[in-house]
Design a protein around this ligand. Structure first.
Ligand SMILES: Cc1cc2nc3c(=O)[nH]c(=O)nc-3n(C[C@H](O)[C@H](O)[C@H](O)COP(=O)(O)OP(=O)(O)OC[C@H]3O[C@@H](n4cnc5c(N)ncnc54)[C@H](O)[C@@H]3O)c2cc1C
Length: 315
């Protein structure tokens, strides 16, 4: 049986660990942080390839992930839901590269596009409330015999003390651990408010004052946001939070009067050139640098990691 150690317990780590386990590997996860304290736990997390360039490989990851989450939503997996979405466009735009993945992608009739916008895409995608979802992944992994070690490793080579094949899912820390200068943070700030009864996600990614999104969840609504490359500040700014709430209310007036429950900022693990999912040498497989699309690409990347890691284990 191939023995593998996955370094990291965010969405990339836990999906990789589960897929490897399902493929018959004996898997250990080593993680500096509990899953509740990862960037993944902060994600909105709605399937949408934010700031992600398309190519056949990325489209395959995105499609596999979409299909897996939609199946999980139907099965009632904790935190997973199907979410109707409206994407508002300031300029006329052709269909995006990912338009064939949602089953119902369409342009809204022009009479229904809000004033000030040129067009609107409508589609249904999966979303995941990350704390219950990561908990479900972790529980499944442990129930099937997986082991989780709380340990901050000084290097990826140190992980070979536990298993001969290492999967690197360390997010932003991969910049140092894999000596990759392309890795950088893309800061995101969001505000959580009470849900006045919203069920549809709304996005205006090109709002001149910053990103705008309204993502309803079971018990709250995530209001966003920002996308600030190379900003390392993990502390949410009051003025930014106020501006986010104001622009969301202007677009979705039902939010007026919603009570603020909290706010936070997270550092998306971005990478120039896109996510790195590849083997290096005979013992190491990388899976990091997903930026604003770590949930969106997770299961597809985990499938590729599994193939690469098991090929290493059989040498
Ligand atoms: C505000 C915000 C909103 C977002 N919304 C979305 C969204 O709607 N859709 C979407 O797809 N994505 C979204 N994202 C992006 C998404 O959160 C990330 O792409 C994803 O969480 C990256 O997951 P990861 O597992 O690769 O990294 P992380 O979650 O950062 O996990 C890294 C893991 O590596 C471990 N680690 C690091 N160094 C070491 C070490 N030396 N030794 C051992 N372990 C180590 C950490 O402890 C952690 O377990 C959002 C992000 C933010 C901040």
């Amino acid at each position: 049986m191939t023995k593998v150690i996955v370094v990291g317990s965010g969405i990339s780590g836990l999906t990789s660990a589960l897929r490897l386990q399902q493929a018959g590997a004996s898997v250990t996860v080593a993680t500096a942080d509990n899953f509740t304290d990862t960037v993944s736990a902060l994600a909105a997390a709605v399937w949408y390839p934010t700031h992600t360039a398309g190519n056949p490989r990325v489209a395959d990851w995105a499609r596999r992930t979409f299909d897996e989450f939609m199946k999980q939503a139907e099965l009632g997996v904790p935190g997973v839901a199907q979410r109707p979405t409206r994407m508002l466009l300031r300029e006329p735009a052709p269909k995006p590269w990912w338009a064939e993945i949602p089953h119902d992608f369409r342009y809204a009739p022009s009479g229904e596009v809000p004033a000030g916008y040129a067009a609107e895409w409508r589609f249904t995608v999966p979303s995941a409330e990350m704390v219950p979802y990561l908990g479900w992944l972790s529980d499944r992994f442990i129930a099937a015999g997986g082991v989780v070690l709380r340990r901050r490793l000084a290097s990826l080579l140190d992980a070979t003390a536990y298993a001969p094949v290492v999967v690197n899912t360390t997010g932003l820390a991969a910049g140092v651990l894999a000596d990759d200068p392309a890795v950088h943070p893309a800061r995101g700030q969001v505000v959580l408010v009470t849900n006045p009864g919203l069920t549809v996600s709304v996005r205006d990614e090109d709002h001149p004052d910053g990103m705008l999104y309204v993502h309803p969840r079971s018990g709250d609504v995530v209001l966003g946001g920002t996308f600030e490359p190379d900003c390392h500040d993990p502390v949410p700014a009051e003025a930014t939070a106020r501006a986010i709430v104001e622009r969301c209310i202007r677009l979705v007036p039902e939010l007026r009067g919603a009570r603020v429950l909290g706010q936070f900022a997270g550092l998306r693990p971005a990478r120039h050139g896109g996510a790195r999912v590849e083997a290096e040498d005979g013992w190491l497989v990388h899976n990091y640098g997903h930026g604003g699309a770590g949930m969106t690409l997770s299961w597809g990347c985990a499938d590729e990691v599994t193939r690469l890691a098991l090929a290493r284990g059989h040498r």
